[in-house]
Design a protein around this ligand. Sequence first.
Ligand code: ADP
Ligand code: ASP
Ligand code: MG
Length: 469
Amino acid sequence: MLIVMKFGGTSVGSAERMAQAAQLAVDSAEKGHQVVVVTSAMSEVTDTLIGAARHASAGQWDPPVRQELFDRHEAVADALIGGDAGRHGAVLEMLRQRLDRFEKLCFGLSMVHELTPRLLDAIAATGEMLAAPLLSAAIASCGRASQPVDATELIVTTDQFGGAEPLMEETRARTRARLQPAIARGEIPVVTGFIGATADGVVTTLGRGGSDYSASIVGAALEADEVWIWTDVDGVMTANPAEVPEARTLSAISYSEASELAYYGATVLHYKTILPAFRQRIPVRILNSFHPDRPGTRVTVEGDAAARGVKAVTSIRGVILVAISGTGMQGIPGIAAKTFDVVADQQANVLMISQASSENNICFVISAAEAPRVVAALRSALEVELMRGHIEEIAAERQVAIVAAVGDRMRGTPGIAATVFGALGQAGINVHAISQGSSERNISLVVADQDAAAAVRAIHRAFQLDKTT
Ligand code: ADP
Ligand code: ASP
Ligand code: MG
């Protein structure tokens, strides 16, 4: 079986974790599987890099950052491959080169005082480029031939910096040409997650948390048998365990449930991860690198056929609810069309839409980063309607959250909405907007940001999601 396995930041966050990750990859190879590893940066490194870039562009380049990053990675090299002078020297040389590049970029920023998305990607990509040589060396020192591979050689993307999309045909060709010979020799390539490059070779990133997506892109390109996501929890759970301590691990979910959950805030999977796997029906497993013996979650077409109703509850915090309202909107055609044309023009991603049946209110939810320009564009596009009084107000309500209850078999199960709203009513939580997709596998609602955790817990409790069905 060909397995593409991805290790998240905490799963490679220290020498001990990195050794464990290497062992997990080697164990699978020893069972006779072909293995390709995709690695994240060590935990918090990407945040540090982005912070340094922002500081530098404000004119404050902070030279100790380079040394701190070097020291942290060097300590891992010392612990894992210190006894092998040749390998150790080669890895340190790679770390130095990559940090030189980082330092030069930051120094440049501190001179020009400007941080473009393109430069930010070039800098943010450094974390994975430091982790891959270390993890590869750790695998080699367990006795399996391995080489680090920069995903800039494999994943060809659009130039949407900060959220680039793979061009699958080119990606497939390059990934196969570069990795298949090594796999055939029994090697374990270690690919940098999170990053890619345009056809011209300019470094891009796939978005924060994007290493999961890298794994499914590489898995699809290689027609892998499975994609495994090693992380720091037991799998996809009925809620974020950091928020709901009694949350339970789901043993099986469908592709559509997984992508709906990820889209609505279950950060355990990057929300784009599922699509490349789904297209080729490649099963995805989410596993705990701290407890590799646990079964984890398996994502497949059928999911869990025995499950009923709501499977999990998620939330997205800190989003903006834009509401367009006015009693004069009733019966005036085209306001909704105009509104969403503007949103599309601004390339904003709508997380949820709701329109009251009285037709005197349309509201939708977008990210805080996109809200100011969307609202400004709406005010200008709907100027006439505002002037005539058909629309009274275009309001952007800050500090809201979306809470979503998700499950394939919510469809045809009566009473779910009643249970959701009953639970929120009992908890004294006010609901600002509601939406249910026609697929009926999701009910989402908008609540005040400070109520989000309580809302998630109330819904979790109401459906007794802590108990197996
Ligand atoms: P990694 O670094 O391995 O990619 P992430 O931090 O991106 O890990 O994702 C794992 C985290 O996702 C967990 O520690 C947990 O706090 C969070 N999480 C949010 N929602 C869920 C959920 N429904 N099930 C499991 N984990 C979740
Ligand atoms: N290192 C990247 C991030 O922190 C990608 C990832 O970990 O998935 O966003
Ligand atoms: Mg992640």
